[in-house]
Design a protein around this ligand. Structure first.
Ligand SMILES: [Zn+2]
Length: 323
């Protein structure tokens, strides 16, 4: 099973009209079509993202109001085929276990109400999945690594808290230390970096806020200062960038938008302009969204674009949880 990139382009060849709507049916068909392109080179080039791709596609379909658009049993079988005996999951069968794929696996199984399939699978059930995640915490500073080789990143810390809270297993880790580590990654501008002392970045703000929200510690955030930095990410065309001086990108509709929602400051950006920017990134003929008008569509930006519109309260979409 694979849900990857292409083949269409966001915005087609010319500029789309201003009064554009979300082409829900086209996007559902686009996501469904991705798994049927196995004879194309790209299917194999994106193998390292396969489990994540299924998560992005599946979640987009749920937001589009079509939770049954992917085959249920096939999805479960694919997820379980990526699991290792240590409880962790790889990107595809035979790939090494890693935090990010393990989090995607848990999110998929929870989304399609199939966590109990882990018990039937004979690999230690959800407890062993939780133990794999917990084994990646550094008990001295509270941080998390992505795999046994030890690279640390606040993305892994957020992923761990997210998956363990979905499995009701946060007791397996030291949450207090994890919160202290997030605090150590905060910067004078109100934002957060990938590690202590690293420059503020919207993606890292999302992961740090998400972790604090799950831990019930959003009280630690300087909401006005951070809200100010985040709202400066909106450019004249309505799109959001990830850092000062960078280009706008549909995926930041989610990283920045959900961060603003978590600190109750989503009204600090112009939602109508952002919504129009996202809609300009659609391929209105074959479905899918791109990072900005004129680029190739892919399942990642399709998911983040739809999630961004859902966050803005776009009619006809299911409401997304910003955490
Ligand atoms: Zn992007």
């Amino acid at each position: 099973m694979s849900l990857a990139a292409g083949p269409g382009r966001g915005g087609g060849t010319g500029r789309l009209p201003e009064d554009l709507e979300l082409c829900i049916e086209k996007h559902v068909k686009y996501i469904q079509s991705l798994d049927t392109r196995k004879d194309e080179l790209e299917y194999w080039l994106t193998e390292h993202l396969r489990l994540n791709g299924v998560y992005w596609g599946l979640t987009a379909l749920h937001l589009l109001g079509r939770p049954d658009a992917l085959p249920h049993r096939e999805t479960i079988d694919f997820v379980l085929s990526c699991q290792h005996n240590n409880g962790g999951f790889g990107a595809a069968p035979g790939h090494d276990a890693h935090m990010l794929y393990t989090v995607s696996a848990v999110q998929i199984l929870v989304t399609i109400d199939a966590v109990e399939e882990l018990e039937k699978h004979g690999k230690g059930g959800k407890e062993r999945v939780g133990e794999f995640i917990a084994s990646l915490q550094n008990r001295d500073d509270g941080s998390f690594a992505g795999d046994e080789w030890g690279e640390t990143d606040t993305r892994f810390l957020y992923g761990a808290l997210n998956a363990l809270s979905l499995l009701h297993l946060t007791s397996l880790i030291d949450t207090t230390k994890a919160v202290q580590y997030v605090q150590a990654c905060s910067n004078f501008d109100g934002g957060y970096g990938v590690s202590p002392g690293a420059e503020t970045h919207s993606g890292q703000i999302f992961t740090c806020l998400g972790a604090l929200a799950i831990a019930g510690r959003l009280d630690l955030v300087d909401k006005d200062r951070l809200g100010g930095w985040l709202s400066e990410r909106q450019l004249d065309n309505g799109g959001l960038n990830g850092r000062p001086e960078k280009l706008e990108d549909v995926c930041y509709s989610w990283w920045v938008g959900s961060s603003l929602a978590m600190i109750d400051r989503i009204h600090w950006i112009d939602g109508e302009k952002l919504g129009n920017f996202i809609l300009q990134c659609q391929d209105i003929e074959m479905g899918g969204l791109s990072d900005r008008p004129g680029d190739a569509v892919d399942v990642f930006h399709t998911f983040f674009g739809v999630a961004g519109l859902s966050l803005l309260g776009y009619a006809g979409l299911e409401k997304v949880d910003p955490i």
